[in-house]
Every structure is written in C-alpha cells, then in structure tokens.
Design a protein around this ligand. Sequence first.
Ligand code: ADP
Ligand code: MG
Length: 238
Amino acid sequence: MAEVAVRNVIKKYGHLQVIHGVNIEIADGEFVVLVGPSGCGKSTLLRMIAGLESISGGEVLIGGRVVNDVLPKDRDIAMVFQNYALYPHKTVAENMGFPLKLKGRPKEEIAAKVRKAAEILALEKLLDRYPKQLSGGQRQRVAMGRAIVRDPQVFLFDEPLSNLDAKLRVTMRVEIKELHQRLKTTTVYVTHDQIEAMTMADKIVVMRDGHVEQIGAPLELYDRPANVFVAGFIGSPA
Ligand code: ADP
Ligand code: MG
C-alpha cells in the first residue's frame, strides 16, 4: 500500500487550472523528488499533500486514509520550507521543540526529543543560540530538526536548499540523504534542480505545466526518457 497517494488530483485557482489530474504513488520509506521548471505546479501539489491548499478534484491519501478534508495539524506530516521560517526570538532548542509545545507535550519529553534530534543533526552545541547567530547551513539543520522532533509519517521539503550557496547545497544534499537513510521516513522533496533530483531520489516525478511527464528511478529517466522534454530536462546541466 502506498504511504502517500495522489489520485487524479486537480487544482484550480478560480478559472485557472494549474494541476491537471496528477497521479503519484509513494511507498513507505521512499524518497521521491518532484522536479520541473518554475511554475509547473510542484509547490501547489506539495501544499495539497500538506493540507495547506484545498483540492479541487481527486484524492490525496496518507497511510491509506483520504485526507482531503483533514486539517494540516491533523496530518502526520512535517514540512521544511526554503526560507526555514525560524522564530528569531526563540533559541535553537525552543525553535526545535515548538511543534511539540503546541501539541501540549510535557517539558521532559520535549527536551528529550530535542536532544535526540540535535544529536542526529550535530546541533548539540548550538541549542542555546538564536537564529541570527547561526550560519545558513545551521539554520537549515534547525528547520530539519523541527521536523524530526515530531517523528512524522511523512517529510515534505519545498526547495529547502535554494537559498544556500553552491558548496553548502552539496553538503546539505548529502546530509539530507544520510538523514533519510537513518530515519527511513517517507519523503517528498520538491526542487527545480536536476542534479538534486538525480542524486537524491529513489524515484523522480518530472512535472511540466501541471502534468506528470514521467515517473521513474533516476537511471531509468536518464536511459529511457519518455519524451524530448524529459530527455532535455534530465540530460541538461542545472
Ligand atoms: P512551482 O512550485 O513548480 O514553481 P507553483 O505550484 O508555485 O509552481 O505554481 C503553479 C502555478 O500556479 C503557477 O502558474 C502559479 O502562478 C499558479 N499559482 C500558484 N499559487 C497561486 C495562487 N494562490 N493564485 C493563483 N495562481 C497561483
Ligand atoms: Mg515552488
């Protein structure tokens, strides 16, 4: 059974249709990358999986349950955005523990989970700092820490590395993959960067203009692109 399923999903903004019947099945533990040019509908699709955007047609399932009408807070997911959205006046530990605090979890449990996430992400020594005292990569790790402490069924990433410089992007790519190998959390990762898609994905979903052009393993898309668009997109350097 798919952990996340997107079935015949449509999105309209007023009269403008931006997602045209998309189907994606994501297995438990799989790392799936949605890739495609800017404006093709990647964020919209991810936000529909997160429950941050209403669904105009079709179904989204998480863990076999239709979640179309389930609020984001009641979906077992955690999302990491491109601009991290850390709270400037909270420490690293407070930022990481905040989702659990909102859920009313006991202090001791929050502290233990924050410590564990900090250890996984090598943030132990930075727990008392404020976001402005961190580097870009450290901030990105705190944002991931905030997702990890919730121990969600699914991680959603929307271009998490696009604000980082090229060198740091490479480092963080490796860190996110290592994290996935360790936690094995089902992941949907959005990027417009072909190299990120090719190096990180178990399975790539190539999108264009609100459609899926092809779904397959990186090598499969490289060796047997379904059409000229996929060939050009996967073949050309970022
Ligand atoms: P991507 O993430 O692939 O760059 P988006 O999902 O952000 O693409 O956008 C897909 C399409 O939907 C674009 O044409 C965009 O202009 C449009 N769109 C996104 N959000 C809105 C909105 N709130 N209202 C109207 N159109 C939108
Ligand atoms: Mg986007």
